[in-house]
Design a protein around this ligand. Sequence first.
Ligand code: ZN
Length: 176
Amino acid sequence: MFNQVANRTRISSGDIIAMRESGASLEQIAETIGRTKERVRQILVKNIGTTRHNLLSTQQLYRQLGLPRTRVVELYKDGIITPKAEWKTGNHHYLLWSPNVAEIVTNYYNKNRLCKMCLKPLGKGRWVFCSDECYREGQKYKYKSGEAKRRHLENIKGYLERRRNRKTYFIESVPV
Ligand SMILES: [Zn+2]
């Protein structure tokens, strides 16, 4: 016990700041250095004026980028972006991102033409959709623009109208 306390005294406020900046929670730091969470908070506020770190959660990152969550996770799995810190608790996998990751994603997207459907870069010979699946998905009504939806509904209306007229003609032409 006393040994532990002696070891703890070697941890400087710089270490605590570094831990916080790499995404550790106040609880995690408190546990590591064997002090209370409140003490950790005091040390951080005294040294850097805040307990906040400048890393982004995955949610903050995809909201900032305006991308779907799955796309950000794919960029991570494809190795395009690397989190500053990550850890697992139970079923949860936490990732923390430094703010320059947003810039990396933007540059990556500026360099590549992207699939209209899934936002993945297009391969050779592909111009709008990356795959046949995305092509089929892209043709669906729910993804059409307001104008295209209106045209689509008008085509249906026209078709129903023509069919109704045809029916009338057919019945009238049946000899009685
Ligand atoms: Zn696609």
